[in-house]
Design a binder for this molecule. Structure first.
Ligand code: GLY
Length: 377
């Protein structure tokens, strides 16, 4: 009731933004059909096809098309999504180049295709990716290894909370709990070693590869050790509520709420526009729109999963955040390819640029507000 009332009060804005998304993306879907975009150059999508095919964001373009298809059922989105999925097949050619972000790459693209169309080849791609994710589990250290490379065998990064839904899904699909069990181990490790008591998070944790003990933490893409990279906090916020949705374990809901409280209280200090790092110096003022879009999706899911009297906090925060970002940072020009501006790769590089997953999570959030229960994760 409270949730629906708040949605109804904002109905006009939600419908207008969805219409703007559809108007612009139905054009861009055709213009960028043969690309896998990451950012734009002079308003035009680049493409990660070719040498960059294993780049971690390469599922988001197809995933964005599926979100739009879920909300409109227009063929233009399905055709571009199907094409993006075929382009991404080249990433399976050398599996040694794959990493823990195979959930981002296939679960929300191929997985969405399977959910929305029943395409069995898409289901197979998602399962294959889940198998590679599971193969990164270190039995003695009890964690899923994040990146490849010589000196980081013991590293976990909070972002992987968004990859483990692929493991919950794979277990359901094949009727075997072993994928889910590893996901649960990962979520428990992240709750213990990444999430701090105040709801901020460590981006990177280095573990002893034999015992799993924490050796040290790193600031990663945030400002410094002990600060809080806002996108990492957003990955955790959305990741823990997704783990709750898949498992109904109360501890994951409580953890998502704790992170949400930290995230929301930091937004209040900056007119609802997220900084790159919630503990960065006053100057320069660096923002990251992607953190806001991811967090908005998580806040909406928390609102759906808490008792009636708690819903208002989370759904109001999500709408305030999305409205602030839409007003300040959305580009609705149809002759330019990106929508959400002011994304930031990391505190030290890639400042204030459009990034494909900003558009993806913004659209996913608006689709949720429209009332769709399509959950690609
Ligand atoms: N997963 C890497 C990032 O969020 O930049």
């Amino acid at each position: 009731m409270i949730y629906d009332n708040i949605i109804n009060e904002n109905r006009q804005w939600i419908d207008e933004v969805w219409e703007k998304l559809d108007k612009k993306l139905s054009v861009t879907a055709v213009r960028s059909r043969d690309k896998i975009p990451y950012t734009t150059k002079n308003g035009v999508h680049d493409s990660k096809t070719g040498n960059d095919i294993t780049w971690w964001t390469n599922g988001f373009w197809g995933a964005l098309m599926w979100v739009m298809y879920a909300g409109t059922k227009k063929d233009v989105y399905k055709e571009t999504a199907d094409n993006a999925e075929k382009l991404l097949d080249a990433a399976f050619e050398d599996v040694t180049k794959l990493h823990h972000d195979v959930g981002f790459m296939w679960h929300i693209s191929s997985g969405a295709s399977y959910k929305l169309t029943g395409n069995m080849a898409s289901r197979n791609r998602d399962l294959l990716a889940a198998m590679t994710l599971m193969s990164r589990y270190n039995v003695s250290g009890d964690y899923i290894r994040s990146w490849n490379g010589g000196n980081n065998a013991g590293w976990t990064i909070i972002d992987c909370m968004m990859n483990i839904p692929q493991l919950y899904w794979a277990s359901e699909q094949i009727g075997d709990d072993r994928f889910k069990k590893i996901a649960l181990h990962y979520a428990d490790m992240a709750m213990r070693d990444h999430v701090r008591p105040d709801g901020s998070v460590n981006h990177i944790v280095s573990h002893d590869v034999e015992t799993g003990e924490v050796i040290e933490t790193f600031g990663g893409q945030g400002y410094e050790v002990g600060s809080c990279w806002s996108r990492g906090d957003a990955w955790a916020l959305y990741g823990f509520i997704l783990s709750y949705i898949h498992t109904k374990e109360e501890k994951y809901l409580d953890t998502a709420k704790k992170i949400a409280h930290y995230f929301i209280s930091n937004l209040v200090a900056t007119d609802w526009l997220p900084l790159v790092d919630f503990r960065q110096p006053e100057e320069p003022v660096l923002y990251d729109s992607t953190a806001g879009a991811i967090a908005a999706c998580g806040l909406i899911e928390i609102a759906k999963n808490v008792p009636e009297f708690e819903k208002k906090i989370y759904i109001t925060a999500a709408i305030k955040l999305l409205k602030a970002m839409e007003k300040a940072w959305c580009n609705w020009e149809e002759n330019e390819d990106s929508i959400l501006q002011m994304g930031t790769e990391a505190y030290k590089h890639g400042i204030h640029m459009p990034i494909i997953y900003g558009d993806y999570f913004f659209a996913e959030a608006i689709l949720k507000l429209k009332g769709s229960d399509f959950l690609p994760w």
